[in-house]
Write a protein that binds this ligand. Structure first.
Ligand code: GLU
Length: 483
């Protein structure tokens, strides 16, 4: 049974890189019928906050990456907040001392400070040497039993440490490059390496999929797993995500928090599709995938070893494709929050006027990159038009006869039945003909009157959906505006 975990530190929001790491874990679990654990690594009390935890959970929920064990849902291996597991980590460290894999270090911090400073003054880098400051056995035993403050250090064995990374291939380190590292600080705080391994053991994690900034930590982790007598999980270190300038993706490149993408109107399924392709390939050059499709096709050996480049145009394209393919009634649910925020929502859009609302969305569906475009471009459908684009006015309403044409058109359109493109179009063309005006010029003038701008979907479709009463009122308002 595959058990994977996503282990974010809540020192920031869920960012794109974290979400992609989470996704690879989630996809593997879903593909293999395994378990996806969410563990919050809130061990840095000063930099972690409930707000960040909340943001991470929200981001995960928005993307639909549900967890089988973790915050809110619980599970048999909890608690799932690392800070609530410190006692367990300390007990594991004591166990390592008892089995000879770790030892107490009573050296006062000042002694380390001095040694570091002295080395620095000599232009050297200070290195810890096991036993250098070891106390005589009797003294050490006494300190051990009377609670003298002590750190606990892991006793790095001689030899080499090797593991096979499922992305990078075989990795091997000479243990001599690893000093006896601290696993519990003098103040009793367990160190990350101990906590993460201890939790992975306790949560029976079989595959550790994480960012490749952790590769250099992994030998320490392998040594700890082994010393604890636990099976070493499989590792897959995922290459980092770069910005278009090939530098590590950061704020400089734009939004990095997943929830910012939600706010900008990306669909979660498009985001997942896009994130999956940042470093993973299905083995062919297909680019559009539903979530079910990703689950069906995901495999760790599809993760490449080269860094992936985050390209916003690609994301926009993937999003537009998902929008285009989405059932319009579902799309309506996704657009709703944006219309609400703009104060343009009407409950009838999911009730009596649902069909009308979907017809409006259909006008833009094949061209929209992001959801707010339905608000911007749909505005003349969802609200009255009382203002006109200034540049368009100058250009499209310049002819002196415009006012009379708009009024005449309103009069004629009052009588056509039904009110739809095949009946409206000939009326507009006939009027232009009779008055010696250009049909296209009249249409442009009408477009501005009905939509407030020079850009709109097909004029006659728009007029039909805006409805006769509103169209007549807007034509007359524009005429009044021109007098
Ligand atoms: N909490 C660590 C981080 O956010 C992840 C540790 C791990 O995945 O092993 O970088």
């Amino acid at each position: 049974m595959i058990r994977v975990r996503f282990a974010p530190s809540p020192t920031g929001y869920l960012h794109v890189g974290g979400a992609r790491t989470a996704l690879f874990n989630w996809l593997l679990a879903r593909r293999e019928g395994g378990v996806f654990v969410l563990r919050i690594e809130d061990t840095d009390a000063e930099r972690s906050s409930d707000e960040m935890v909340d943001g991470i959970l929200q981001g995960m929920r928005w993307l639909g990456m549900n967890w089988d064990e973790g915050p809110d849902v619980g599970g048999a291996h909890g608690p799932y907040f690392q800070s609530q597991r410190f006692d367990r980590h300390r007990a594991a460290a004591e166990q390592l001392v008892a089995t000879g894999h770790a030892y107490y270090d009573f050296t006062p911090p000042e002694q380390y400070d001095e040694a570091r400073k002295a080395a620095e003054a000599r232009g050297e880098v200070w290195r810890y040497v096991r036993g250098e400051w070891a106390l005589p056995d009797a003294e050490a035993r006494e300190h051990a039993s009377n609670g003298t403050p002590r750190a606990i250090r892991f006793k790095v064995p001689e030899g080499r440490t090797a593991f096979t990374d499922l992305v990078k291939g075989p990795v091997e380190f000479d243990n001599s490059v690893i000093d006896d590292f601290v696993i519990v600080r003098r103040d009793g705080l367990p160190i990350y390496h101990l906590s993460v391994v201890c939790d992975d053991v306790d949560m029976a994690i079989t595959h550790v999929i994480r960012g490749d900034d952790h590769v250099s930590n992994t030998p320490k982790h392998v040594l700890l797993f082994t010393a604890m007598g636990a099976p070493v999980p499989a590792f897959a270190h995922v290459p980092m995500i770069l910005g278009p300038d090939k530098k590590r993706l950061s704020k400089r490149h734009g939004a990095t928090s997943v929830l910012e993408y939600k706010a900008q109107g990306y669909l979660p399924e498009a985001m997942l599709n896009f994130l999956a392709l940042l470093g993973w390939s299905p083995g062919d050059d297909s680019e559009l995938h539903s979530i079910d499709d990703l689950i069906a096709r995901f495999a760790l050996d599809g993760i490449g070893s080269a860094s992936a480049v985050f390209n916003t145009e690609k994301l926009d394209w993937v999003n537009s494709q998902h929008i285009m393919r989405m059932d319009t009634r579902e799309l309506a649910r996704r657009v709703e929050p944006f219309l609400r925020d703009a104060g343009l929502w009407d409950d009838a859009y999911t009730g009596a006027r649902q069909e009308w609302f979907c017809a409006v969305l259909d006008l833009f569906k094949t061209r929209a990159k992001r959801l707010p475009e339905f608000v911007e471009r749909g505005r003349p459908f969802f609200a009255d038009v009382t203002e006109y684009d200034a540049a368009a006015q100058k250009k499209l309403w310049a002819a002196p006869e415009t006012r009379d044409l708009l009024t005449a058109l309103a009069d004629r359109l009052a009588a056509v039945a039904p009110f739809d493109p095949p009946t409206i179009e000939p009326v507009v063309r006939a009027l232009a003909d009779e008055r010696g005006a250009k049909a296209t010029a009249l249409m442009q003038a009408v477009r501005l009157a009905v939509s407030g701008s020079s850009a709109s979907p097909g004029l006659f479709e728009m007029m039909t959906l805006v409805g006769r009463d509103a169209v007549l009122a807007r034509l007359r308002r524009a005429a009044a505006h021109l007098s």
